[in-house]
Design a protein around this ligand. Sequence first.
Ligand SMILES: Nc1ncnc2c1ncn2[C@@H]1O[C@H](COP(=O)(O)OP(=O)(O)OP(=O)(O)O)[C@@H](O)[C@H]1O
Length: 292
Amino acid sequence: MSTTALEVSGLTVRHGDVLAVDGLDLRIGRGETVALLGPNGAGKSSTVGAVLGLLRPAVGSVRVLGRRPADAVRAGCVGAMLQHGGLPGDARVGEVVHLVRSSYPDPWPLEDLTATTGTGGLLGRDVGALSGGQRQRVLLALALAGQPPLLLLDEPTSAMDAEGRRAFWTTMRDLAARGTTVVFATHHLEEADAVADRVVVLAGGRVVADGASAQVRSAVGGRTVRLTAGRLPDPLPGVTAVDRQGGTVALTTTDVDVTLRALLAAGVPLADLEVRGASLEDAVLTLTGGTR
Ligand SMILES: Nc1ncnc2c1ncn2[C@@H]1O[C@H](COP(=O)(O)OP(=O)(O)OP(=O)(O)O)[C@@H](O)[C@H]1O
């Protein structure tokens, strides 16, 4: 049996004149948990769309467990939770779950499925009356109904509260431990850092970093200098990103000594000074050329 769950080669996706994915190469092994990261418009959803066979590549190929995307989806190899995943508005949750389960030859046993996804108490509810986070849990149950070996999630926790997120990622870890390959796009970098074996950072439809979160963080080599300050000199040597929240400024820098010396030389008092290693968020911002 091949150890590859997903093979994307030279993938280019266009939306009319817009180049959304630009010659993307990506191989994901079975059982990996991979986060797709990058700013708005980086090409994450377009990549997911091509992997699901919803978007046709302009160039390149996608193989899901050795099959073409549409064949893999038809065979029940892929479960997906999309950003704008639709549910019928006038049905009960239990009816929808039943319908989707019955379309698979070997559906996930109902009790286990609802316990895993926290949807047991929602089966009698009208779909149209669900909160955003409840709706995402139901979408997860539908994505898992066929026990797919590959799970694709596009910003799966965007509507969930903190407790819902924690439960969600616990479920993902359990699934990964059972051998499910999980690929998810997210803007919650602390979740990616905590959950993913590997992070793939996209910008402009290309891969700009690919590796374990710790590798990506250390490759950037940046550190954060945090202090309470008013106006600061601009530019500041070494600084690649500036995040101001009220009176607190976080400076991502490639050289702490040089940045601190420049602050002192400019007469900036170093109030409430804190220096720490780069977070995944700092790394992604640096890699994608963003500022907060
Ligand atoms: N249906 C569409 N029609 C035209 N352009 C599109 C369409 N969908 C996406 N795009 C464009 O393609 C590019 C990549 O978009 P995509 O949605 O794949 O990025 P993303 O990384 O998922 O972004 P986000 O984090 O905002 O969801 C963007 O420039 C976007 O504006």
